[in-house]
Write a protein that binds this ligand. Structure first.
Ligand code: ATP
Length: 290
């Protein structure tokens, strides 16, 4: 019975090519990953989350660079929001951190460790990702929150659900925590799926978070409540937000504006508005559309 869960557990920390969702993960589980541990890779315990991109270069194809010389420092506990036009490279920047891909030049360090010198397992244990498409597997709510963590206690799972404001919903379900969800089970709404993803992260409790903000619209009240949960989740963690809606960005400690040319502006919401640059233009455009 636990076999599939063990398999997922192994995969979560060890398999790359992440942002397309874990489905593809599972399909490729038996193939050789192209990102592997260095021979002398070090297993780290809990990182603080001091992240540095040093002259980072990266492209998916050899002749098409996406990041040319990216430099960025994120302090422990800081929340950074990446904004910019579609295709600018926001997702790409974030996918380098858990090593879904390796840089082709420069380096990324966390707490002074080059991430290529850490074991993938220990690196990814320290990084939580909340994606747009929440991957649910066929199983109970409990299993979906624990997400392969066989050591999680009932109390910890309920606590995570509570902090993600999912407790009431679960109590109202026919079998509570043991309700089967997924394709053949109870269908969760978009907002409930987001909450489940947040509950997973409260349980995992990583010092570093990547939030890939949902583009699909939830209703305004659900949206506001989810934002509130995400704000709580990111408290005390180094958080990188791939932001699509400017309204959610204002809470970030720092906003990083990315275009195909790289990072073109950095600062707080107020500072960037005063700058009268691209951020201000994006901001005005979004309010006109709303
Ligand atoms: P959006 O706001 O639309 O999510 P983004 O700023 O996050 O965009 P990325 O998804 O990082 O941008 O994409 C940057 C560039 O890299 C784009 O030109 C995109 O087509 C390309 N790209 C992204 N993923 C891949 C991939 N797996 N293989 C090849 N090219 C890719």
């Amino acid at each position: 019975f636990f076999k599939p869960i063990e398999k997922i557990n192994a995969v979560i920390e060890s398999y790359p090519k992440g942002f397309a969702g874990f489905k593809r993960y599972l399909e490729v589980i038996d193939t050789e990953p192209d990102i592997q541990d260095a021979k002398d890779a070090k297993a780290v315990d809990e990182l603080r989350g001091d992240i540095r991109f040093n002259h980072v270069q990266f492209g998916y194809e050899a002749d098409r660079p996406i990041l040319r010389d990216l430099n960025l420092t994120v302090k422990p506990g800081e929340t950074i929001a990446f904004v910019g036009p579609s295709g600018a490279g926001k997702t790409t920047i974030c996918s380098l951190l858990p090593r879904f891909y390796d840089v082709t030049g420069g380096s990324i360090t966390i707490d002074g460790n080059d991430i290529r010198q850490l074991t993938l397992k220990s690196l990814r244990k320290n990084i939580g990702i909340v994606q747009q498409d929440v991957f649910l597997f066929a199983g109970t709510i409990r299993q979906n929150i624990a997400y392969g963590d066989l050591k999680a206690t009932d109390e910890q799972i309920w606590d995570a659900a509570r902090r993600a404001s999912l407790e009431e919903t679960i109590r109202q379900m026919p079998e509570g925590m043991d309700t089967i969800i997924g394709e053949r089970g109870v269908k969760l709404s978009g907002g409930q799926k987001q909450r489940l993803a947040i509950a997973r992260m409260f349980l995992k409790n990583p010092p570093i978070l990547i939030l890939d903000e949902a583009t699909s619209a939830l209703d305004t009240a659900t949206e506001a409540a989810i934002q509130q949960s995400l704000a709580e989740l990111s408290t005390g963690r180094t958080t990188l937000v791939i932001a699509h809606r400017l309204a959610t960005i204002k809470n970030a400690d720092r906003i990083v504006v990315v275009t195909e040319a790289g990072i073109v502006e950095e600062g707080s919401h107020q500072e960037l508005l005063a700058n009268d640059g691209l951020y201000r233009k994006l901001h005005e455009a979004q309010y006109q559309m709303a």
